[in-house]
Design a protein around this ligand. Structure first.
Ligand SMILES: Nc1nc2c(ncn2[C@@H]2O[C@H](COP(=O)(O)OP(=O)(O)OP(=O)(O)O)[C@@H](O)[C@H]2O)c(=O)[nH]1
Ligand SMILES: [Mg+2]
Length: 326
């Protein structure tokens, strides 16, 4: 199915005026279609307002979704529109899955200033990273001030997505000793803010001390010049520490503004989007080239000689395929 550019522009206009159905439709196109998604991305990127992208990651079951719901309440009270992207809530780590997240964030379901989108790896033709980046771009263009992305923090796509965030919040909980060791890997080691959630259960001080210690030794924490990662204690169920957390997030945003790093992040997320789109173009052309050269490939395969040469020729043919198309 293909859409005309006029249709896409109209859809963006409708979505911009707050039409919930139009927003849903627009996000579906971004998730599902190839070329349309690329076109839409262009239209959206031009309308960017420089929204603050907040990545929330951390230990499975630490209370990320519950916390995001509470954070959203505070952000709404402060007058911000909030877009939420929950990545792969059906991952093997997640018990709650999609339904659970809906429930946890239900209090915002009727608020037109909040839009929640769940993305799972399944059924995403263009891949998770690109879909998530596109939705960030959409929320940005549609006037959402704060875009919160929840991931479990494992897998390349999720690392990609977290790198597109201005502020990275890593959520832990008391007694997660061994799990905290796991924070020293991947995106969790570059947190700007570390949260000890579930501080209503025993052991929060110890976890907090430990986090402060590993931040002090430089084992974890954002490497951005001049920012010392903060440790915040919260209880998402009791609604405690949420204001402190939002204050810390705002402080980090102000810090980024001061060192002129906001645009830099937007630029690098777009470079990533371009790379991912290019990968898709290459892949499609490659598959086509394989079909075109089927007979030759079969011959080489039977003789089992010149495999590398054939691969090189195939790559050349792929590039030609693209050239002919553009
Ligand atoms: N005691 C206590 N329980 C909490 C708190 N926050 C969340 N929980 C509970 O912890 C469980 C997991 O919460 P979620 O918000 O789904 O956690 P999550 O990190 O999003 O989980 P995944 O997405 O599956 O990794 C739920 O049963 C919550 O009710 C808290 O502050 N204190
Ligand atoms: Mg969750």
């Amino acid at each position: 199915m293909t859409f005309k550019i006029e249709f896409l522009e109209k859809l963006v206009d409708q979505a911009s005026s707050g039409n919930i159905r139009a927003i849903g439709r627009l996000l579906s196109i971004l998730e599902t279609y190839d070329e349309e998604a690329g076109r839409l991305l262009e239209i959206l990127a031009r309308k960017s307002r420089g929204a603050h992208v907040i990545g929330v990651t951390g230990i499975p079951g630490a209370g990320k979704s519950t916390l995001i719901s509470r954070m959203t309440t505070v952000l709404r009270r402060r007058g911000y529109k909030v877009g939420i992207i929950a990545i792969d809530p059906s991952s093997p780590f997640s018990q709650g899955a999609l339904m659970g997240d809906r429930l946890r964030m239900q209090e915002h379901a009727t608020d037109p200033g909040v839009f929640i989108r769940s993305l799972s790896t399944q059924g995403l033709k263009g891949g998770l990273s690109l879909a998530a980046l596109a939705i960030i771009e959409a929320f940005d263009a549609l006037g959402y001030d704060k875009i919160i992305v929840e991931t479990v923090g494992v897998g390349q796509a999720e690392v990609d997505i977290m790198h597109a965030a201005h502020t990275i919040v890593v959520v832990t909980m008391p007694g997660a000793g061994d799990d905290i060791q796991a924070l020293k890997a991947g995106v969790m080691e570059i947190g700007d803010i570390y949260v000890v959630n579930k501080s209503d259960i025993p052991g929060a001080s110890k976890t907090e001390e430990y986090l402060n210690f590993v931040i002090e030794t430089g084992e974890i924490g954002s490497s951005r010049k001049g920012w010392r990662p903060k440790v915040i204690r919260t209880s998402a169920v009791m609604g405690q520490g949420i204001e402190d957390l939002i204050n810390a997030i705002e402080e980090h945003y102000d810090f980024l503004k001061k060192i002129s790093a906001i645009e830099e992040k937007i630029t690098s997320r777009r470079i990533l989007a371009i790379r991912l789109l290019a990968e898709r173009i290459l892949r499609n052309a490659l598959l086509k080239a394989v079909e075109t050269k089927r007979t030759e490939l079969e011959k080489v395969a039977r003789d089992a000689g010149g495999l590398l040469e054939e691969a090189e020729r195939l790559a050349e043919r792929t590039c030609k395929e693209i050239e002919e198309k553009t």
